[in-house]
Design a protein around this ligand. Structure first.
Ligand code: FAD
Length: 480
């Protein structure tokens, strides 16, 4: 008998195992050990649990054989897999290569112990095969994102017109930096649907088994089937994509999602594929501004795939700590309770949002949370743990390059060419967080910014992108 374990991050409607005539049974393991590895947000736990249960129910309804180990049994993944292998008399196992390091090796080790044959399908979470990405990183000095992105466009033909980039430009970033207009703008709400019976069961189980998880499981808001995920994607491309680019960097004290896709939680577990997301967006060409379309495509086929390549190419990112920062995160970062009164308003607001939804959009992650963590001297490894625990879309392959690399500059500038730090003025320009520009300039955020530049002057000197802020800091220091 041949079996295929379906991992919680591989909920593809067209998982290759389903079309593989060799496979007799599909395994779904709700391993307690995986759910308690960190203090994961309740919504992340519901997403995986409900997604696995929806997938296995669909297979059973199609007359396929399923082997399950329910969460209530409290098993570890390895023990549960061994048990299923023996129970079903399995002599061969096929699984999809996992993106995070170590998973494939652990499954292979179990198969070797049990003396059964193995086969691995390619990782379908990305457009680019792992070997191709590895080759690109190996062959390109410095391996910069902009070069990677152009390679992706050329290679795939996405947004290309006869060998030239659509609109004759590779990058429309300069047009994508507007704050929301003063008079406000209508933001279409996310099409959050009611939980069906399977999802309601997962919500109840998460409440019962993990009562201390951050977030309220009953407020779960994400789709968990390929069909509802496609409707979610359709709503994005028809209602929000047109304004995505323009307001990509905007922030608002009252609006969590703005014009973002909110697709990463689904893309990262296979409920949507990169291919269908890109097709849906490019299908709107001519109806939405090219700057929006190109900006979105760059995030998905550029940044997302580049980060996965960086994770594979540079394993040392995981433990990087360029500034030797050592501060530990206080417990209120996980609970949202007892938050200090002097925490700057953007940080306080975004933290409350993260506790509520397990989500914040990119510029909030980078310029509010990441910025504050770095300015405050928190240990990048602790920052990584926090992001990995609290975000519904968090996995090692994407968190390591985004946190240690892009946001905390712990790698000294390998992933990002610049340091993403700022004082209150930038945040005020993009989000009107304070009552006035003066209040923003006089805020604790601004103080922390100048202090950081001062304290790390030696390490930062020589980076051409920091010449101006360092010169300003020296003038301020000289004038007392
Ligand atoms: P949109 O703004 O609609 O962008 C579209 C898509 O582009 C996203 O769904 C995502 O798949 C992709 N994308 C854009 N930028 C990146 C990037 N830098 N890395 C990877 N994919 C990208 N992304 C995750 O998927 N999981 C994470 O755990 C995660 N943690 C992050 C932590 C920090 C500190 C930072 C700075 C960024 C992080 N990102 C992470 C990247 C990015 O912020 C999220 O992908 C994005 O905010 C998800 O929301 P969205 O789907 O609404 O994105």
């Amino acid at each position: 008998m041949k079996a295929a374990p379906i991992l919680g991050t591989q909920l593809f409607a067209d998982h290759p195992a389903y079309a593989d005539d060799d496979i007799d049974v599909f395994f779904f393991i709700e391993a307690r050990s995986s759910f308690v590895k960190r203090r994961y947000h309740a919504h992340k736990r519901v997403l995986i649990l409900a997604g696995m249960r929806q997938t296995s129910s669909r297979l059973e309804a199609d007359g396929r054989t399923v082997g399950r180990v329910p969460l209530a049994e409290g098993s570890g993944f390895a023990d549960a897999l061994r048990r299923l292998i023996r129970e079903f008399g399995v002599d061969g196992l096929a699984w999809m290569s996992a993106t995070d390091r170590g998973v494939d090796g652990r499954i292979r080790g179990i198969c070797d112990d049990e003396g059964i044959a193995t086969r691995v399908y390619d990782d379908a979470l990305f457009l680019t095969r792992a070997e191709e990405v590895d080759r690109w990183f190996a062959e390109h000095e410095g391996a910069r994102m902009e070069d990677f992105y152009r390679w992706q466009r050329r290679r795939t033909g996405i947004l290309m017109d006869g060998g030239k980039p659509a609109g004759r430009r590779w990058n429309f970033d300069a047009e994508n930096r507007e704050p929301l207009p003063k008079g406000g703008v209508e933001i279409p709400p996310l099409p959050i649907g009611p939980a069906d019976e399977v999802t309601a069961g997962a919500i109840a189980d998460v409440g019962r088994h993990f009562p201390d998880a951050p977030g309220d499981p009953t407020e779960f808001w994400l789709p968990v089937t390929p069909e509802t995920s496609r409707s979610w994607l359709d709503a994005f491309v028809t209602e929000r994509l047109a304004s995505f680019g323009r307001y990509e960097d905007a922030m608002d004290a009252d609006e969590a999602f703005l014009f973002h896709g909110v697709l990463s939680p689904l893309l990262n577990v296979g409920l949507l594929t990169v291919d269908e997301v890109v097709r849906a967006a490019v299908g709107r060409r001519g109806e939405v501004p090219l700057a929006s379309l190109e900006g979105f495509v760059r995030q998905v086929i550029g940044w997302r795939e580049y980060m996965r390549g960086a994770y594979r190419a540079w394993p040392e990112l995981m433990h990087a700590n360029r500034f030797a920062l050592r501060r530990s995160l206080e417990d209120w970062w996980y609970t949202g309770e007892g938050v200090p009164e002097d925490l700057p308003v953007p940080v306080r607001t975004v933290l409350a949002r993260v506790i509520r939804h397990g989500y914040a959009h990119h510029i909030e992650r980078l310029m509010v949370l990441g910025n504050w963590f770095l300015l405050q001297g928190y240990d990048p490894r602790e920052v990584y743990e926090w992001f990995s625990s609290l975000f519904v879309d968090a996995y090692e392959w994407v968190m390591v390059p985004n946190v240690q690399g892009m946001s905390q500059y712990a790698d000294g500038g390998r992933v990002a060419t610049k340091l993403y730090i700022s004082g209150g003025a930038y945040l005020q320009r993009m989000g009107s967080w304070w009552s006035s520009d003066k209040a923003a300039r006089d805020s604790a955020f601004t103080d922390a910014y100048w202090t950081f530049l001062d304290e790390h002057e030696d390490q930062l000197t020589g980076n051409p992108r920091l010449n101006m802020p360092l010169a300003q800091m020296r003038r301020r220091r000289a004038s007392g």
